[in-house]
Design a protein around this ligand. Sequence first.
Ligand code: ZN
Length: 472
Amino acid sequence: MPLQNKKENLSEWYEEVIIKSQLADYSPVKGCIVYLPYGYAIWENIKSEFKKYLEDVQEVYFPIFIPKSILEKEAEHFKGFKPEVAWVTKAGDSELGEPLAVRPTSETIIYSYISKIIHSWRDLPLKIIQWCNVVRMETKATKPFLRAREFLWHEGHTFHKSFEEAEEEAKKRILQYKDFVENFLAIPVIVGRKSETEKFAGAHTTYTIEALMPDGKALQCGTSHNLAGNFSKVFEIKFQDKDEKYKYVFQTSWGFSTRLIGAMIMVHGDDLGLIIPPKIAPIQIVIIPIYYNEDEKNIVFKKCLEIKEKLKKFRVHFDNREEYTPGYKFNDWELRGVPIRIEIGKKEVEEKIVTVFRRDLRKREIVKEEELEKRIEKLIEEIHNELFNRAKKFLESKIKIAKNFEEFKKFIEEGNFVIADHCGKIECEEKIKEETKATCRVIEFNNEEPLTGKCIYCNGKPKYKAYFAKSY
Ligand SMILES: [Zn+2]
């Protein structure tokens, strides 16, 4: 059965492609999905590739429960998360002495502990990360991967001697996210900082990478926060400096989540199904045998296994199911977004060639067996670049500069990423949201000089220019 038309019914297409390609499935719990092997493998690949950026960070694990008294210690932070916190209040039939929050994020539980282990300037910088799940009881409509009540993520937490060091760290991480998302997921992003309204509850500054989905809605793909001393003062995280004085540490926290899988599905997929970027694809190459009788089958299977062995440095799957035709298998693997398909029949065996099909352009080419490994290596780069460039071209075509509020409203309504001057005032931003549903997504690095002399909405003095869009 063909899928929904992606362009016309993005939302339905999105949910359908997730189920049909067996990435995930619905669970009996609203807003929580089951990660099936194929979808979970993508997350595992994302993890293992991103861990290569984290040589200076140590992995830890903290409890999933946060006592109420600890969670509410930093008032701004608590206020920001309060509406979405899930609470455990009972054990069996007996009330707990103190309610326990199921972690919505771990700043508070981690920092209440860290205050006990940082003593001296020699203990700094301290950099830790945990890969875990978090729970936020969304009240808005949920969507697999994009907006869920439970999701998987990592959260990095670092502790520094100075504000400048923390600032440098926060920026370093957001730039790593940009690099990773562009170079592994083939999704172009705009990197910069959040406005006062949109920053993380309790942060001094929040940095973000924002991508644009096909329906013109922005998606926050990762954030990094310079927390300055906001949490260390509350949690008494102090160190004795070289001058023997006790000082508060400066901190950062940063994270990205399984949302990235949602972004990847939306940005690259087409009417035939997923297109998984080759560098994180669970199966990079699928080998499909084509034969018409038992004798051919034996020769062709033997060759397929030989080719599989030859390509073992890639993630290769040999589809040896005998109950399905090659045509069925082609459709199946195209739906599941495998970037490269190798077809081997009698002709290929005899001529020592293979037929290689690429999912992104849906094109075939003949490759000599002896050149196959080199060609695949190059093809992975080519497919990645094709996906990235396609998405980049789309993003660029959707960036519009609004000269006045009428134009602003029109561009937002059409589903664009709209650049406009803004005064930076919280009330003004809220009014814009009320009237257009658009929010300030990002103030781009090294590109915030206002274009005109007045704010797009209130005509006040502009502080910066920023990207506005509706968002997920
Ligand atoms: Zn304004």
